[in-house]
Design a protein around this ligand. Structure first.
Ligand SMILES: Cc1cc2nc3c(=O)[nH]c(=O)nc-3n(C[C@H](O)[C@H](O)[C@H](O)COP(=O)(O)OP(=O)(O)OC[C@H]3O[C@@H](n4cnc5c(N)ncnc54)[C@H](O)[C@@H]3O)c2cc1C
Length: 414
């Protein structure tokens, strides 16, 4: 057993007067939600964010915020699908507690393809069926033909012979979530330091520090890398898509996510590298042409914004909650699934944070025991440890990860 004297226990509380219980570094998606949760549990929380209160410095600002665990199963392993399915169920209750309304839709995803690309459809279907739990597929993955496609999405009437409807998937408005969370932080008394960059050599004082800086945590997480994504936001009145539409294509897979007031987010490229420069002409052409091929009326849309950001990604493409063995946690690697999985990731991080604060975890043995009882044990790490436990058998009867399958997948979209 190895003791870590720097873990602060609840008995120490009065020796830490003036310090918040938690300093959360990074107020993008994960940091904002986690700080709000911790404050809701009665803790004193301070949040430090390099960018503004709107969240415009975060990957979360650019994201399409699709909540599509089954569609993502075409390129993600079981852990991500399960985190996504559980999180999708959790979003409505979370949003109901926020002080501002957030557009949330659970009207499914429609997957379509042009006839020439039909081979992509069978590949997509095989991958989803291989990777996702049977219980999610049952009733959640419907093959449509002809009039059924038209009926599902009248705006695309006559345009596609076949499609797949994933009726349980969802989406939300990313910028409304960020704004509502900022209001929620104020409401719950979180001390917020917007436009404040945290320097690793001078961390703010707190009993426990939680690093949610996304790609900004690279100085302390050298394995982290950015994967560039580019999106277009357009205004296209009169088309009236009722749910996100994914177009399968061998070179330009894309989604068109309808938000409120005839705004559509079209995305997204997936390019290795931490290039934050503006959207390239090639990417803009690909995104907009593909949308035009789904519905020619997109040709008359107005471009509101072309934007790029980088998805914070770890080598195994999994999220990781890492304890340093003392008083620091890091939550990172949400990659292209941040909105899809953050309710469960932040809830798990909040449980670990509370266990540390209350002195229920003071050493590596206690951490291992605590983790063994956690549903999401595979994303819980002790810094320096060789590997976390394998993914437990799924409650749906499928266990283990599908990394081999994942490695062979083309990556695009979210
Ligand atoms: C183009 C694109 C499309 C996407 N689409 C989807 C989608 O459809 N569905 C989905 O689920 N996910 C999607 N994502 C992924 C999602 O946006 C990310 O997984 C998520 O934003 C990661 O959350 P995070 O809080 O870890 O990082 P971020 O949201 O990037 O937040 C990190 C925050 O830390 C701050 N920070 C950095 N350094 C410092 C510092 N030194 N001091 C203080 N603050 C600091 C940053 O300013 C930032 O606000 C998409 C991402 C992109 C780029």
């Amino acid at each position: 057993m190895s003791a870590h004297s720097s873990v602060v226990t609840s008995q120490d509380a009065d020796r830490h007067d003036g310090q918040p219980d938690f300093a959360v570094l990074g107020g993008g998606l994960c940091g904002r939600l986690l700080a709000w949760r911790l404050a809701g549990a009665g803790h004193r929380v301070a949040l430090y964010e390099r960018g503004d209160a709107a969240g415009s410095g975060a990957a979360a600002w650019v994201a399409a915020a699709m909540l599509a665990p089954l569609a993502e199963a075409a390129s993600a392993e079981l852990l991500i699908t399960e985190l996504g399915a559980a999180s999708l169920d959790a979003w409505p209750a979370l949003l109901a507690e926020l002080p501002e309304p957030v557009y949330f839709q659970r009207n499914g995803t429609l997957v379509v393809w042009h006839h020439a690309d039909r081979a992509e459809a069978s590949l997509f279907e095989r991958r989803v069926r291989a990777n996702a739990p049977a219980a999610l597929i049952e009733g959640g993955f419907l093959a449509l033909r002809g009039a059924q496609v038209d009926e599902a999405e009248p705006a695309l009437s006559g345009r596609f012979q076949q499609g797949l409807l994933l009726p349980r998937e969802g989406q939300l408005d990313n910028r409304q979530v960020l704004s509502a969370l900022a209001a929620g932080l104020a409401e719950r008394g979180v001390t917020t330091y917007w436009n404040t960059s945290v320097d690793d050599r001078a961390l703010p004082r707190a009993r426990i520090t939680i690093d949610c800086r996304g790609l900004g945590a690279k100085p302390v997480l050298p394995a982290l890398r950015g994967i560039r994504g580019e999106v277009a936001r357009i205004h296209a009145p009169g088309i009236g898509l009722t749910r996100p539409v994914r177009l399968l294509h061998p070179r330009y897979p894309l989604y068109i996510a309808p938000k409120e007031h005839d705004v559509y987010v079209i995305g997204a490229t997936e390019i290795e590298g931490e290039d934050m420069s503006p959207v390239s002409v090639r990417s803009a052409l690909e995104l907009l042409s593909a949308a035009f091929s789904v519905h020619p009326s997109f040709g008359e849309a107005r471009i509101l914004e072309l934007n790029s950001q980088c998805r914070p990604t770890l080598p195994d493409h999994r999220p990781a909650i890492t304890w340093d063995g003392a008083a620091t946690l890091s939550v990172n690697g949400l990659y292209r699934h941040g909105y899809m999985i953050v309710p469960e990731v932040s809830a798990c991080a909040a449980r670990l944070a509370a266990a540390l604060l209350e002195g229920r975890i003071t050493d590596t043995d206690a951490f291992a025991e605590w983790r063994a009882n956690e549903r999401w044990a595979p994303m819980l790490h002790l810094r320096g440890e060789a590997s976390p436990p394998p993914h437990r058998k799924s409650p749906w009867g499928i266990g283990g990860s599908n990394e081999e399958c994942e490695r062979s997948m083309p990556r695009a979209e979210a």
